[in-house]
Design a protein. Structure first.
Length: 420
């Protein structure tokens, strides 16, 4: 009788040992796999930083900038009881932490039902941005919601448009309707670019409009129009650059009217063809500006400067552009001049990578910038004031760049020296 009992006990021990062995093996494999994963992740990050630099879309700088000061105060409150407030508003409550982790993994906000269907409804989709050089006190990011599907289904989509030099320059004689005069008109300055057209202004989303210019329309997702739109702001910018002495070319191409089977999400593919055409027709072009309109409301897109209201601007950098740093440096030069001349007008430089290929045609030239002028509630008059301010800042940057390019190389004949 003892032998069967001993055999049964040994069998149980053997099964227990096998189970422990299996668990140990699985645990060891998980540990080794995790170790290999994190080592590989670290090596890839190191190689990326050494070879091409960090993408702004994944930078910790952008993550830290998007975290509120309340987060840091609550984090300190974990160790300093006096800083901790009631549990309902505490950042690290179970509800807040679980909500944060859910949003991090799924890119959805449980407290905002709109995000749960935004990917499926074109008019509700939004593309995140990362602040690279925000204005002082600015915490809000640009919001670019796509238009309602029926916006481009109307019969009258407008005229085709074209690429033209600015009227009055006698460069090609092509007529263009001038933008409405702004409150501040100045006499044209002598040409700085020696008769060359060096600046190109275009609009990838050319029908983005402003609700005050569309009588009876109240829906921000329908703020699109074939005539009154951001193209007029781009034209105003080109005209003011001419007055600043900078030769400019403007495109008023209307993509919904000229592209068969127009798809809003292919806008940057359409405008890339415009860039190529403009560059071929005007070989002196060196600086490219894509003018857009933001989707935020008036309280976040308007500044009062010297008693006058202006439409505020964002500079947008393509986060998936491998050479984004060059475009950032170009935008930063304009941004600094604009902030010095018109404090409060710029809302800083942001990186985005959600729409199209995430580069916004900025691989076409390192001197490319996407500028959002105003939001859905601004007026064209406010946008024209901003265009004038932008023209002054851009002209200063271009003039400084042209002066540098015009300097003779050391040892050249112009310096009176000969190279050895």
């Amino acid at each position: 009788m003892k032998w069967p009992a001993a055999a049964a006990g040994a069998s149980r021990l053997r099964k227990t040992g096998q189970a422990l062995g299996a668990y140990s093996k699985a645990f060891t494999l998980l540990m080794i796999g995790s170790l290999i994963f994190f080592i590989a992740l670290g090596l890839l990050g190191y190689v990326q930083s050494r070879v091409s630099g960090h993408s702004p879309n994944a930078s910790m700088k952008g993550l830290a900038a998007s975290v509120s000061s309340r987060f840091f105060m609550d984090m300190m409150g974990l160790e300093v009881p006096g800083l901790k407030e009631d549990g309902q508003s505490f950042t690290f409550s179970q509800a807040n932490v679980s909500g944060f982790l859910f949003s991090l993994v799924t890119d959805l906000n449980p407290k905002d039902p709109k995000t749960m269907i935004a990917r499926e409804v074109p008019g509700m989709s939004q593309y995140r941005s990362v602040p690279l050089n925000s204005a002082v006190g600015a915490v809000d990011a640009p919001e670019d919601y796509s238009p309602r599907s029926e916006v481009f289904e109307r019969e009258n989509l407008g005229e085709a448009g074209a690429i033209t030099a600015i009227p009055g320059t006698n460069r090609d004689g092509a007529p263009a309707e001038p933008a409405a005069p702004g409150p501040e008109e100045a006499a044209a300055k002598p040409p700085v670019t020696a008769g060359k057209n060096v600046a190109f202004i275009y609009q990838s989303h050319n029908q983005e409009s402003y609700l005050p210019e569309l009588p009876g329309e109240k829906d921000p997702d329908k703020a699109y129009d074939p005539k009154k739109n951001v193209t007029q702001v781009g034209l105003r910018l080109a005209q003011q650059l001419e007055k600043e002495g900078i030769g400019a070319v403007h495109s008023d191409k209307n993509y919904p009217a000229i592209e068969k089977g127009f798809n809003y999400y292919y806008s940057y593919k359409y405008s890339l063809k415009t860039l190529q055409e403009a560059s071929a027709g005007h070989p002196d072009l060196k600086y490219y500006f894509d003018i857009h309109r933001d989707s935020q409301r008036r309280d976040k897109t308007t500044a009062t400067i010297n008693g006058k209201t202006y439409a505020q601007v964002y500079f947008i950098i393509g986060g998936k552009n491998p050479n984004y740093k060059e475009n950032y440096e170009f935008a930063e030069r304009i941004d600094k001049v604009l902030k010095a001349k018109y404090p409060g007008l710029s809302k800083g430089i942001h990186a985005k990578s959600g729409e199209g290929n995430g580069v916004y045609n900025q691989t076409f030239s390192s001197n490319s910038a996407l500028i959002e002028v105003g939001g859905v509630d601004n007026t064209l008059e406010e946008c024209y004031r901003t265009a004038d301010a932008l023209a002054a800042a851009i002209a200063e940057v271009i003039m400084n760049a042209e002066k540098v390019d015009a300097q003779p190389a050391p040892g050249s004949a112009q310096t009176g020296k000969t190279s050895s």
